[in-house]
Design a binder for this molecule. Structure first.
Ligand code: SN0
Length: 313
């Protein structure tokens, strides 16, 4: 596997789901696989779960890990071709990534969107430059428009907690003080579409996600209606895709409360974390949720992705 950037890089998601459950039972069974192999984790943005779960996943496979907080600990990068580099950027991405791939056997990169220009973000400029200039496999640790490691962990969590073959899963927009990426909801939609669930998306008007991602997944603008009979509620804020990067609403009526959870089929509440309590969801909802086992699953899904990459080296 040369790259892991979305569910579309996975040949058979159902098979992976089966394999990750097995890996979770036998985490140290492949300790020799990563011997003398090094994972480089490159962060252009903050991270807690992705950083620590991917690092631990690598250790479970016998790998060593190097972490670089780019821009903070290293030189500032130039991304464009042909620039006269007499400004702030000291190093071109071309050399930087090629050099990193001399020291590492697998590279992970996190690169949030600018949320200024939809074209630039949806073309995944940063992630694609890494893939282009790397001599080794590259995995996304959340790119401008996708968070595939999160989507995979979300699908595993739903698989583990579901009480019926095809649960009703609701992705609900919730308010937030800042403009956030669409990466998490985009990947959630894609992984749900790859799984055996009935997905319903609910959000205020103007928050429609990329139609190329949503496809024929149903959208219900009335949150109360969407929650009826739901087995899982997945909350997330995102900024507008239509009016790109804008906050169109901070309506607290969209906050997930116990009253709203009571409309569901005793649904499990999920969120990728970090969650702003009493903004996205109330304390009681977060405290009675499955966000911790969901976060734990980040470890096992990252470990399977790394295992697949190691096997292809
Ligand atoms: C990121 C996002 O994509 O929404 C990462 C989630 C895994 N979340 C944030 O940046 C939250 C920032 C905040 O101010 O709460």
């Amino acid at each position: 596997m040369r790259k892991f950037t979305s569910v579309h890089d996975v040949p058979d998601p159902a098979q992976w789901l089966w394999e990750v459950k097995e890996l979770k039972q036998t985490p140290y069974a492949h300790k020799k696989l990563g011997e003398n192999k090094v994972l480089g984790l490159i962060f252009l943005n903050p991270s807690l779960r992705t950083r620590m779960s991917t690092q631990r996943a690598a250790y479970n496979l016998g790998m060593q890990v190097m972490v670089l907080n780019m821009g903070q600990d290293s030189w500032q990068l130039e991304w464009e071709q042909g620039t006269i580099m007499d400004g702030a950027a000291q190093e071109h991405v071309k050399e930087a990534v090629n050099v990193i791939s001399q020291y590492c056997d697998i590279i992970g990169v996190r690169s949030f969107p600018g949320l200024q220009n939809r074209e630039t973000d949806y073309h995944e400029m940063v992630l694609n430059k890494f893939i282009q200039h790397s001599k080794v496999p590259v995995l996304s640790l959340e790119s401008a428009t996708k968070h595939p490691l999160q989507g995979f962990a979300d699908l595993l969590t739903i698989e583990e907690y579901k009480k019926k073959q095809r649960p009703k899963v609701v992705l609900s927009w919730a308010p937030h003080p800042k403009a956030l990426p669409q990466a998490v909801p985009n990947s959630f939609v894609e992984w749900m579409q790859a799984g055996e669930v009935d997905l319903v998306i609910t959000h205020p008007e103007g928050y429609e996600l990329d139609p190329a991602i949503v496809k024929d997944s149903p959208v219900e603008y009335r949150q109360d209606k969407a929650f009826e009979g739901a087995d899982f509620i997945y909350a997330k804020n995102w900024s507008s895709y239509q009016e790109y990067g804008k906050i169109l609403s901070k309506d607290p009526a969209w906050t997930i409360t116990e009253q709203k959870m009571a409309l569901t089929n005793s649904a499990h509440f999920m969120h990728c974390l970090p969650i702003r309590r009493n903004v996205i969801a109330t304390d009681a909802v977060v405290d009675n949720s499955i966000v911790i086992p969901q976060a734990e699953n980040r470890l096992w899904t990252a470990q399977l992705v790394l295992k697949k990459m190691l096997e292809s080296l």
